[in-house]
Each structure stands twice: as structure tokens, then as C-alpha cells.
Design a binder for this molecule. Structure first.
Ligand code: IMP
Ligand code: MG
Length: 181
């Protein structure tokens, strides 16, 4: 258990070592695809650590994609309704390129389906999706990621880029916040 300064503790679900090993395997799978003029689009903020590790794993596989970011915010909660808004769009040319969208966690699926439609609309040759965690929840939106790191129980998880009220992004592992007893 990692000690936190705010009366909470984080119970690890996925250790740093487990994550690193899985990302190497994901990079091999991505590199095995015949991607044309590839560009990675990482969804901010939550995916920034995953994306940083993934692109270095891709580099070790001999893939040298361009990297860009899209900053999306979700309004509303739960698996129904809600709206996704672009806070900052990609800068790069997307037309006729293979895009790989990278996000931290798939929950309702709204963020990923929005990003996929948006980048397809910008003229991508193909759009693939890569997520570290696939939360085991019933989904209103039909999204199946092309690359998945881990299946994840239906819990609110933090660490490795993911936050709870702006805390815990810096943790090198992924876990669940629990009250300290
Ligand atoms: P979706 O649009 O409902 O699939 O939500 C995906 C986004 O919500 C992710 O990119 C995360 O930023 C955030 N999110 C969903 N579940 C969690 C969680 O358990 N911990 C931290 N962030 C989460
Ligand atoms: Mg996110």
C-alpha cells in the first residue's frame, strides 16, 4: 500500500513492472500493423504517462510516429447522455494518415468514440484505438479498442496519469483509493 498524505491510501491493482511488460507487448502488436505515415494522438490529460511510455516502446520496435495531443473534456456522467468537448485540437495534418488514438481508460466509451469520429472526419486514412485499461462496464456506446492493455474491474482507478480530483497522477502504478484505517 502506498501512503498518501490526505488520509487515503492507494491499493495497487497494476504494478509499474506489470504495466511496463504489457506496454512492450502492445508496442509489438502496433508495430506489426502496416501503418501508413503514422501519427499517435494522445488524449489529454489522463493518457500522458501511458503515451510517453508507449511511444518509447514503439521506438524500440523501430516505429517512429509523429506525436500529437487532443485535449478532451467530458460533461455529464454515467453511461448515458453527457457530451464530449474539444479543449485543444490536434495541430498536425491528419489527412491520408493512419492515426492511433491513445487513451488511459475506456469507461462509457464516449471519449473514444468521439475522438475516433473526429479524426476520421479530419480525413484520416485509418483510425486505430489503443487504451491501457478496459473497464468492465455495460456500455451505451459500441466501442471495441484495437489494442487493450488490461481488463479492469468496475472501480475508480488512479495513478499512472489518472487522477481523482487532480490527485494521484504521479503514481508509477495503478490502484484504487481507499480510506486509511
Ligand atoms: P469515457 O468517455 O466514459 O469512456 O471516459 C473515459 C475518460 O474518463 C478517460 O479518458 C478518463 O480520463 C476518465 N475516467 C474514466 N474512468 C476513470 C477512472 O476510473 N479513473 C480515472 N479516470 C477515469
Ligand atoms: Mg481522459
Amino acid at each position: 500500500m502506498a501512503e498518501q498524505p490526505v488520509g487515503e491510501t492507494v491499493r495497487p491493482l497494476f504494478t509499474a513492472e506489470t504495466i511496463a511488460t504489457r506496454i512492450d507487448a502492445m508496442a509489438r502488436d502496433i508495430a506489426a500493423c502496416d501503418l501508413h505515415d503514422p501519427i499517435i494522438v494522445a488524449v489529454l490529460k489522463g493518457s500522458f504517462i501511458f503515451a510517453a511510455d508507449l511511444i518509447r516502446a514503439l521506438s524500440r520496435q523501430g516505429l517512429h510516429p509523429e506525436i500529437d495531443f487532443i485535449f478532451l473534456a467530458s460533461y455529464g456522467s454515467g453511461t448515458t447522455g453527457g457530451e464530449v468537448k474539444i479543449l485543444r485540437d490536434v495541430e498536425s495534418t491528419i489527412e491520408d494518415r493512419d492515426v492511433v488514438i491513445v487513451d488511459d481508460i475506456l469507461d462509457s466509451g464516449r471519449t473514444l468514440s468521439f475522438a475516433t469520429a473526429h479524426l476520421a472526419g479530419r480525413g484520416a486514412r485509418g483510425v486505430k484505438t489503443c487504451i491501457l485499461l478496459n473497464k468492465q462496464v455495460p456500455r451505451g456506446v459500441d466501442v471495441t479498442p484495437d489494442f487493450t492493455g488490461f481488463e479492469c474491474p468496475d472501480l475508480f482507478v488512479v495513478g499512472y496519469g489518472m487522477d481523482l480530483a487532480h490527485c494521484y497522477r504521479e503514481l508509477p502504478f495503478i490502484g484504487v483509493v481507499e480510506p486509511r484505517v
